[in-house]
Design a protein around this ligand. Sequence first.
Ligand code: SAM
Length: 382
Amino acid sequence: MLPLPDYDFLPTGTHDEEAREGFCRELAVKLAADIRPPLQQAFESKIKPAFLAQHGRDPNFREIAKEMRVLPETRAWYRMRTDNQDRMYAVSGDMIGRQNKILAQHAKRASGTIGSLSLDPSVDMPRYLTSSDIHRKPGGYHLETIPDDVAPGAQYERTIAVHNMGSQGVNNDDPARSLACWIKETFPGLNPSNIIDLGCTIGNNTLPYKEVFPDAEVHGIDVSAPCLRYAHARACALGIDAQFHQMNAESMPFKDETFDIIVSRILLHETSAKALPKIIRECFRLLKPGGVMLHCDAPQFDSLTPYQASLRDWDATCNNEPFMLKVYDMSLEDLYQKCGFNRDRTFKHFVPGLFIKEQSIDPNATPGFSQSYFITGASKEP
Ligand SMILES: C[S@@+](CC[C@H](N)C(=O)[O-])C[C@H]1O[C@@H](n2cnc3c(N)ncnc32)[C@H](O)[C@@H]1O
């Protein structure tokens, strides 16, 4: 059984569907823990020495990926990951296909008790979200097929439960819980009154900011209406006051210097080379003096070895995340500076996760449990 929260707008599975989800999870762990590590031996013993002999230097991550991609063992690993991803979406897609009308009704009934939801049909979906099915999720984050649809949000919650399998708590909110506490400790004078989470999807990593900073107004924005409907219903079901808005982070209709804290989690790599500077410029504009911008995503490549960075090739080539390699390979400090932040006020850290500490979990003995979350950001000059 997946560790899942208990609200009636979350799709339920039959015994066999849940078994198939369990299989996806077990296979994902096996692929990461047993199938992937031997690939590094192939790199160290074959690819690297041959490259060095030919070019007189070590390969960079793109060159490693290019050479590794053609090995039969890498191709098998790519194929199995891709199939597993499709299987995971097929299972939750079957559940939702049967239940989407009732889920929409339940979500609507749960909504409106606390916080707010403001949808704006004039917000266009950016091309980088519509040109392919991101993560191979059919219809991406935005496809709506019935009135009041919440299906993409419901599917997001079900599939992150498969991915995380309890490793981020039952509400899948350990990243934001850990980061909100880190901000509170690191910037003790902040006392925020307004916080915003960009690309909030279902708000799982938005709500902890309200719990850690109860006096602040907490906002979540996303371009996807069905995810936001789900986010609002979910916040109501959990009794947490949050304001959700359909907006594009590239241009947000808030006044200058509205927010004390601006955060995002796994948003940046899903945008584009044109959109990203616009988003960071918006962060600078919307932050109050002394405010903090924090983006949590996978580690930048300068925090990894070239071989570790090359493992992201699957995400870019098979999992429809074409911007990923570019964004992880760029200097975000340079970008933040270009968008107005003082370089001396930028930061980059691995923030320890609270969940494994609270549960006394040994991450080395439990594959898939996060020890820390990678963040970059900057504070605006007071
Ligand atoms: C990977 S999900 C984020 C997940 C969520 N923050 C979490 O912690 O689980 C990326 C989200 O960003 C949204 N998004 C992408 N580009 C956006 C933009 N320019 N403005 C607002 N939302 C955007 C997508 O619709 C999607 O819901």
